[in-house]
Design a binder for this molecule. Structure first.
Ligand code: CAO
Length: 463
């Protein structure tokens, strides 16, 4: 016992005094940095200096890298010679031009064609791994390993490299499976909780599996870049589409647990007297929150499929709602005055409100309700969104010019940074920047480039 005490003391004596250690760590953690004197928006972009080896295709991965590109990262998109990202040719609307599917997901990127299975192609890719900060990929499970770019190999080539992947499922029984958007919506719990009770599960138009996971991945990448500043090393970032969808559907997992303790009273099924089963049911257009809401018809609904409004009967503005729809007596009536009394009769309440909304356009409803702080929202068609001038003004919808297809609309950066302006650039043509990247990023000379061209590593294979 005594001997052990002695050792402890010795060890303690060797340590740096606590105060000193704290100071050293604090200095290391927060280096004193001079605040730039440049005006806001003139100090470069948030991700300036970050170079991305963009090995993504289809939608999930490209959404992620496009966002990083919007924030200033240099995205080098590696594509298969000849064909490139499969979406270049999918859902084509203009003959001979890259599809909108591709152009709207690959702005702010450079394109290099490399045959990753060609020995010379592998050599170029290895140089790119060494020259980049982040490798982003969403190949089918095992594909990158078969190309020879395992995490171990990549980490050895460039210990600072962050390797970010989208896969359909995380480790487990389904990890080897290929996954597309709607499979993820189904496996992540969104489809079983979307649609109407009487009907089958429904997938949503919003691409929560692909674009949603791309968004999650982008956050993982910037967090890993931040940690790398402290540790000096890269790490793996994995986003499974099932996990991303579940994260977005977490309120439904909340309701699953609430079911153990009784009916979900805010679901209109409760008011209709329909018993709940073992799982969270589909809730139609119920608001899902504590404030009941529903989609109601507006003037013109007979001919316009989007003449609807979302209407929320938010408790604090209930009296204003009653006055507006011509039911002042509901303010004091025991069946309507308080939220719990209203729950069993939501259907009748919304039918009555609809009698009022049907006399107004969805924009008139918006205007009138907002004067009283009543939360409503017009159901906007994609045509209306495309023509919305306020979305153009904020750069959320942007028109860009393309040398082959001409002008097209894309979605700009939905994340607005006050010191990192976003300039949306058109998507690259296939291999548009191959030579530029080989020479300016990787340092190949003209002779090397000629030899690479002749090797077939950057050009389509000829039969
Ligand atoms: N040079 C040579 N070969 C290349 C290449 C290049 N530059 N880029 C890709 N390839 C090859 C791959 O090596 C692979 O070949 P092998 O199967 O022989 O190894 C082949 O192209 C196909 O790649 P893949 O396996 O990723 O694509 P797929 O069409 O078979 O599957 C998808 C597509 C989306 C189902 C699958 O990639 C996937 O599950 N990804 C993860 C989840 C995901 O992101 N899904 C969302 C997609 S958007 O809805």
């Amino acid at each position: 016992m005594a001997a052990r005490k002695k050792t402890k003391l010795k060890a303690a004596a060797k340590q740096t005094p606590v105060t000193k250690r704290k100071t050293a760590a604090a200095v290391k953690k927060t280096p004193v940095q001079k605040i730039t004197t440049k005006p806001w928006g003139k100090a470069g972009k948030a991700l300036d200096g970050v170079r991305i080896l963009d090995f993504t295709h289809v939608q999930s991965g490209p959404t992620c890298t496009q966002l990083l590109g919007y924030m200033g990262a240099d995205c080098i998109k590696v594509e298969r010679p000849g064909t490139g990202d499969i979406t270049r040719g999918q859902l084509r609307d203009v003959k001979g031009a890259d599809s909108l599917y591709f152009t709207m997901l690959n702005g702010n990127k450079r394109s290099i064609t490399i045959d990753s299975k060609h020995p010379k192609g592998k050599e170029i890719l290895e140089r790119l791994v060494k020259a980049c900060d982040v490798l982003v990929e969403n190949f089918a499970p095992g594909t990158l390993d078969r190309m020879g770019f395992t995490w171990e190999h990549v980490h050895k080539l460039n210990p600072r490299m962050i390797m970010a992947s989208v896969k359909g499922f995380g480790p487990g029984p389904y990890e080897e499976c290929k996954v597309y958007e709607n499979i993820a919506q189904c496996a992540g719990g969104a489809a079983s909780t979307t649609g109407f009770r009487e009907g089958p599960p429904v997938v949503t138009g919003a691409q929560i599996g692909d674009s949603g996971t791309g968004l999650h991945l982008a956050l993982g990448i910037v967090a890993a870049l931040y940690q790398r500043d402290r540790t000096g090393r890269g790490q793996r970032v994995l986003c499974a589409m099932q996990d991303g969808v579940l994260n977005l559907a977490r309120v439904k997992l909340r309701d699953q647990q609430r079911l153990k303790h009784g009916a979900l009273e805010e679901y209109s099924q409760f008011g209709e007297g329909v018993p709940f089963g073992k799982s969270v049911p589909r809730a139609g257009n119920d608001s899902g929150g504590g404030q009941p809401g529903w989609i109601l018809k507006c003037k013109g609904w007979e001919t316009d499929p989007d003449a609807y409004t979302y209407f929320i009967t938010q408790a604090p503005v209930w009296e204003q709602i009653c006055d507006l729809i011509g039911k002042p007596e509901w303010k004091t009536h025991p069946d309507y005055a308080k939220p719990p009394a209203r729950l069993p009769r939501l259907k009748q309440i919304f039918n009555t409100i609809e009698d009022w909304t049907k006399t107004k356009t969805k924009f008139e409803v918006m205007e009138l309700c907002n004067q009283h702080d009543i939360p409503v929202g017009p159901i906007l068609s994609m045509k209306e969104i495309a023509e919305d001038q306020s979305l153009r003004a904020t750069g959320t919808v942007v028109e860009v010019d393309h040398p082959v297809r001409g002008k097209y609309l894309t979605v700009g950066n939905p994340i607005k940074l006050s010191d990192s302006p976003c300039e949306v650039k058109r998507s690259p043509l296939l291999g548009e920047h191959t030579e530029e990247i080989l020479t300016k990023v990787l340092g190949y000379g003209k002779k090397d480039v000629d030899a690479i061209k002749a090797s077939g590593a950057i050009t389509p294979a000829t039969d």
